[in-house]
Design a binder for this molecule. Structure first.
Ligand SMILES: *Cc1c(COP(=O)(O)O)cnc(C)c1O
Length: 387
């Protein structure tokens, strides 16, 4: 029995009737870009998160880039982030025109180490961009305090953490902007690329809506910077084809929104299922010598990935390959050592915890619908490898 690492069609199979009907209705409506479906999803997703508003965009990467731009961050600015994340986190900072400044992780949450952040702050620092990796909250409370103390913006990369939370507060709602991806393997996924930003600030939401639509519709009180001067676009900026700003084309399609609206009500149950599967792995893999992800008390982790740490990863991956069990390594090379980012000037040894994590992490299959039998097969394979 082949066991994949993830099963993107699984959510669709469960909701096939409802999703098919919603897609067909959308196709027949002729409204394919933004419109009612997208607005309805934006409102429902905001209610789910407990956020003021959400703005649908074309991907998680764009959610990050446009958040930074909407907060006025660009050329000459620095953004502190983690080197142990998906490439998009740092690339989005560069796409906004700013410079990523890395800071090492702490091992419990695999996220930014709050005790190291302030030593990276310079006169150019404008924001902190932490990541909730694998569906676990990073130390967002402490990081938020540092951001406030230093007068920095806080943009959360919650692409792997839709629905995660602590004390009734959800990932993405701790900072100025929370960024989500609906890539097909994410906990809440569409049938292609999609993303969203949540924010409590109506001004930021207005700027995001202008940025995703070629800078149009930007009229109102919203203050922008251009050539070092502040200005508010005049009334005629609300008219079509009058552009006072440079934005981009990054909208959440109505079809994707229609699919997401069907799936969103199931997300809490899917996340609970992920947590219970994580518990099953924790029990089954106890005593193997692997370092298992913590099951934090009082926190709703959503286990986007179930990631263990092992000394001899090759031994386990060879066994998994032999038995046709999928696995993943997120991520094999920390961002400060990525060839495309060599110009930033970092070296091996700069972030020892991130470097060690990238040598040790191994993600095992986990998705709603995986089933206990398949989980047992995975557990057996790992046990056979470490014996
Ligand atoms: C998936 C992901 C992104 C990017 O999302 P896309 O929708 O693929 O652009 C960014 N950051 C993290 C941590 C992710 O997992």
């Amino acid at each position: 029995m082949k066991i994949p690492l993830a099963d993107p069609a699984c959510q669709y199979r469960e909701l096939k009737g409802a999703v098919d009907a919603a897609v067909q209705q959308c196709l027949e409506s002729g409204a394919y870009i933004l419109g009612q479906e997208t607005e309805a999803f934006e409102a429902e997703f905001a209610a789910f998160l407990g956020a003021g508003q959400t703005v649908g965009v074309a991907s998680g990467t764009d959610a990050l880039t446009l958040s930074l731009k909407a907060l006025g961050i660009g050329p000459g600015d620095e953004v502190i982030t983690t080197p142990f994340t998906y490439f998009a986190t740092a690339q989005s900072i560069l796409a906004a025109g700013a410079r990523p400044v890395f800071c090492d992780i702490e091992e419990e949450t695999m996220g930014l180490d709050p005790s190291q952040i302030e030593s990276r702050v310079t006169s150019r620092t404008r924001a902190i961009l932490p990541v909730h990796l694998y569906g676990r909250l990073c130390r967002i409370g402490e990081i938020g305090k540092i951001a406030r103390r230093q007068g920095l913006a806080l943009v959360e990369d919650a692409c792997q953490a839709a629905g995660a939370g602590r004390g009734g507060k959800r990932a993405g709602t701790f900072g100025d902007c929370g960024c989500f991806s609906f890539f097909p393997t994410k906990n809440l996924s569409c049938a292609g690329d999609g993303g969203a930003v949540c924010t409590d600030d109506p001004e930021t939401a207005l700027r995001l809506k202008a940025l995703r639509a070629q800078g149009s519709g930007a009229a109102g009180r919203t203050v922008w910077e251009r050539d070092g001067k502040s200005f508010s676009p005049p009334k005629d900026a609300a008219e079509k084809y009058i552009h006072y700003l440079l934005g981009t084309n990054s909208r959440l399609d109505a079809l994707q929104a229609a699919i997401l609206r069907q799936k969103l009500p199931c997300l809490p149950r899917w996340n609970r299922e992920r947590r219970s599967m994580a518990g099953r792995y924790a029990a089954g893999l106890a005593g193997t010598g692997l370092e298992l992800p913590p099951m934090p008390e009082g926190e709703e982790a959503v286990f986007h990935l179930y990631t263990v740490r092992c000394r001899d990863r090759g031994q386990i991956t060879a066994q998994l390959r032999k038995r046709e069990i999928g696995y993943g390594i997120y991520y094999p090379l920390p961002l400060h050592l990525q060839p495309a980012l060599a110009f930033l000037g970092y070296r091996e040894g700069d972030f020892p915890k991130a470097e060690r994590a990238s040598r040790q992490v191994l993600s095992l299959p986990l998705y709603p619908g995986l089933g206990p039998e398949a989980q047992n097969t995975v557990i057996e394979a790992v046990k056979a490898a470490v014996r």
